[in-house]
Unconditional design. Structure first.
Length: 410
């Protein structure tokens, strides 16, 4: 087994890794409050503009399948710089989009670039830290990242009020260019590129991971636990403004408050990782999400749903997700030490593919709150089952290794 990495003097600064990883998700969160304005401006219905969220998540998912393993072969730095350049280009194309189909296509390009930061920022953390340190670093990274997505809906609402939905993409294009320039100057190569790349090699790396029931269960369970909230994010503007009758500014405020829960969950994980097993963090964190989704569904069915109840429950839901997220990622990246980049990419794909599915599902029907609560509960329950399965498999494997060592010792 490969030796655990250690912090390097050439490691990228953590604040820059935050910006790099943030680039992938910022474009999704900031555009959410602009959905109703974009629909009116382009003359389309809610489903068409919600597709800009779904296609963005699909782009994040597909791109990570490529960036992860390619970075194992060619290095983290060149893949990162290319992705950030593509992200900036997609942001400019979205800003100029004349129609809804053009906007959807531009969002896909933007996502294919933005996912480089998601896959490679995490891999860089793993490159320069051991297993326990990686959990704490990832938790801190997620905690700091939540400040951005937490404020993004508020910023998005303000930009829409000042210049319409296109102003959001002006800001994203400027942020993309700034991150690209900073990365060019300050990000070294953190991996050990093999220089060998081929479709067959990529396929074998993924096949090795997919043959592991433990990896698959952690990937699906972690994906459900951490991206189920996308179902609420996509539905929030319509729940808050149309079903609950609040003004648009409350959408940004509500989503900002909700994302504080993710930050709290990550802060708890960073502290608890020193004294609590990762498996317990995973299970208990996701259990909080299950309970909140169940109460959310019950309030909607009984007709007692209010803005305060919605925000409070979703804050706790994402608090649970924030506890589970860094623990699940750390587990995934340590299943097979030979394919860390591929594991990061495949896990990112699973997260975003599930997030896209949840976003699409919540668009069905005429009751966004009911659809959102059903998707949240179903995803959290599936996540809990998969995580429990993976932990049992891991425990059994440890027991078998211990018995084998005892037999050899005798």
């Amino acid at each position: 087994m490969r030796a655990s990495p250690s912090p390097s003097a050439g490691a990228p600064p953590l604040w820059l890794l935050v910006l790099i990883t943030l680039s992938g998700t910022l474009a999704m969160h900031m555009f959410v409050p602009a959905l109703p304005d974009a629909a009116r401006s382009l003359g389309v219905g809610p489903a068409a503009v919600q597709a800009t969220i779904s296609i963005y998540i699909v782009g994040l998912a597909l791109g990570q399948l490529v960036y992860g393993p390619l970075s194992d072969a060619l290095g983290r730095r060149p893949l990162l710089l290319g992705g950030l350049a593509l992200y900036a280009a997609g942001s400019i194309a979205a800003m100029l989009a004349p129609t809804a189909p053009a906007l959807i296509a531009a969002r896909f390009i933007q996502a294919l670039g933005g996912c480089a930061g998601l896959a490679l920022g995490r891999a860089m953390v793993r490159d320069t830290n051991g297993p326990v340190e990686a959990v704490r670093a990832l938790a801190l990274l997620n905690l700091m990242m939540m400040v951005g997505p937490g404020m993004a809906p508020l910023v998005g609402s303000g930009l829409v009020a000042l210049g319409g939905w296109r102003a959001v993409f002006v800001a994203l294009a400027l942020a993309g260019v700034a991150t690209l320039l900073l990365s060019w100057h300050k990000v070294p190569e953190t991996g050990t590129p093999t220089g060998r790349v081929s479709p067959g090699r990529l396929a074998r790396a993924y096949a090795a991971l997919l043959r592991s029931p433990t990896f698959v269960a952690y990937a699906v369970g972690g994906g459900c636990a951490t991206t189920a909230v996308y179902a609420f994010i996509a539905a929030a503007p319509f729940i808050i403004t149309e079903q609950l009758g609040h003004p648009l500014r409350d959408v940004g405020i509500a989503l900002g408050v909700v994302m504080v829960g993710m930050a709290i969950g990550n802060a708890l994980t960073r502290r608890l990782a020193l004294s609590m097993r990762l498996g317990r963090l995973l299970v208990w964190g996701n259990a909080v999400s299950v309970a909140c989704a169940l109460v959310f569904l019950a309030l909607e069915l009984l007709g007692y749903l209010t803005l305060e109840a919605t925000v409070g429950l979703m804050l706790l839901f994402v608090l649970g997700a924030g506890m589970a997220s860094p623990a699940a990622l750390s587990k995934v990246l340590t299943v097979d030490a030979r394919h860390v980049g591929a594991a990061a990419g495949l896990y990112g794909f699973a997260q975003m593919a599930l997030g896209a599915l949840f976003t699409l599902l919540v668009g069905w029907g005429s009751n966004p709150a009911l659809a959102s609560s059903c998707v949240l509960l179903g995803a959290a329950l599936v996540g809990q089952g998969c995580l429990q399965f993976a932990l049992r498999r891991e425990k059994r494997a440890r027991g078998e290794r211990a018995r084998g060592e005892r037999v050899r010792g005798e």
